[in-house]
Design a protein around this ligand. Structure first.
Ligand code: NDP
Length: 309
């Protein structure tokens, strides 16, 4: 079995950008792009219009953008496998990666780009409306502008929910923040700002039970004790970084995110790099993920040079 120089796990904007840079640096990267339940292409595969990725002035569909990312990396020699990695052994060099069909890949460096998933409410039609851009979203920065002069709701009681609600008031006529308790997890300053915003109203001790649909798009919410007419629902109940295969092998932040060192993609394990949402709980944008993918490939290349590879 030949030993790979660089293997990339994950195929969102971070993974494919790392693959592009690694391929152009002649590292012949192998990309495990995932398979069900991990979507090859990552979170953009469940969004419709992407209007904030530079270079696409008319916007582009998320799945189309990811196809272009892949084509560009493959053009320079990146190799894709539509499989999940089920085991990553960091205790030996080269690293050993076991895919779901039992095949083992050995690699001198590994770039982790498995991303994070927005937690969803798990109610009927939620994922489908989100995929069609028909009223449900987990990212106000990405989709807020589609709800100009409409009524929207945000669900969640943390800083993200406060921030998203605040941001959405730039576009929406009204923003209703729905939280399941009567106390917020968010910081005082974020709550104060939201409370001072006349466009935001609060509905507490409530839960979204059903999404009401008219003409194939969201038209309202059935809560436990009332109904609300809204055209948009922003789910802001946290994110889950995909770190399962790392558990017990490397320290994670208290939030579950992977730690990278200083201004780099390096992790505490030599030869192991991370990029994109798996290590970013703050920005979580396609463009920032892509930028960090570039950094991971460059850090990986420099590390290989120190090994004389
Ligand atoms: P958090 O985990 O802090 O909050 C999640 C919120 O969603 C909680 O209020 C929780 O309710 C609620 N929730 C969870 N599951 C459900 C569910 N199934 N149904 C209804 N409600 C649910 O996540 P955030 O994304 O808000 O924040 C993550 C981290 O990022 C935090 O550390 C935060 O401080 C930080 N952050 C900082 C920002 C800033 O400083 N500008 C901006 C955004 C995030 P409950 O409280 O009842 O558990």
């Amino acid at each position: 079995m030949s030993i790979r120089k660089t293997t990339i796990i994950g195929s969102g904007p971070a993974g494919w950008t790392a693959a592009l840079y690694a391929a152009r640096a002649t590292l012949n990267p192998l990309v495990f792009e995932g398979s069900s339940p991990n979507l090859p292409g990552g979170q953009l595969m469940i969004t419709s219009d992407v209007e904030n990725y530079p270079g696409f002035p008319k916007g582009i569909l998320g799945p189309e953008l990811m196809q272009l990312f892949k084509e560009q990396a493959v053009r320079f020699g990146a190799e894709a496998r539509t499989e999940n990695i089920v085991k990553l052994d960091l205790s030996q060099r080269p690293f050993k990666l076991t895919s779901e069909n039992g095949e083992v890949t050995e690699s001198q460096t590994v770039i982790l780009a498995m991303g994070a998933n927005a937690k969803l409410l798990g109610i009927k039609n939620e994922k489908e409306l989100m995929a069609r851009g028909a009223g449900v979203s987990a990212c106000a920065t990405c989709d807020g502008a589609f709800y100009r002069n409409q009524d929207v709701a945000v669900v969640g009681g943390g800083d993200t929910a406060m921030e998203e609600a605040q941001f959405l008031t730039r576009f929406a006529t009204s923003v209703t923040l729905i939280h399941r308790r009567n106390e917020f997890r968010a910081s005082r300053i974020m709550i104060d700002r939201a409370e001072q915003n006349p466009k935001i109203k609060f509905v507490l001790e409530e839960e979204v039970q059903e999404l009401l649909i008219t003409n194939d798009a969201l038209s309202g919410l059935k809560l436990k004790n009332q109904s609300l007419e809204v055209q948009g629902l922003f789910v802001a109940i946290g994110h889950q970084p995909n770190t399962n295969i790392l558990k017990g092998q490397i320290a994670l932040e208290s939030t579950g995110y992977l730690k990278t060192l200083g201004k780099s993609s390096k992790t505490e394990v030599e030869g192991l790099f991370a990029c994109g949402d798996i290590q970013d709980s703050v920005y979580r944008q396609a463009v920032t993920a892509a930028g960090s993918g570039c950094e991971a490939a460059m850090d990986s290349e420099r590390y290989l040079e120190t090994l004389g590879s």
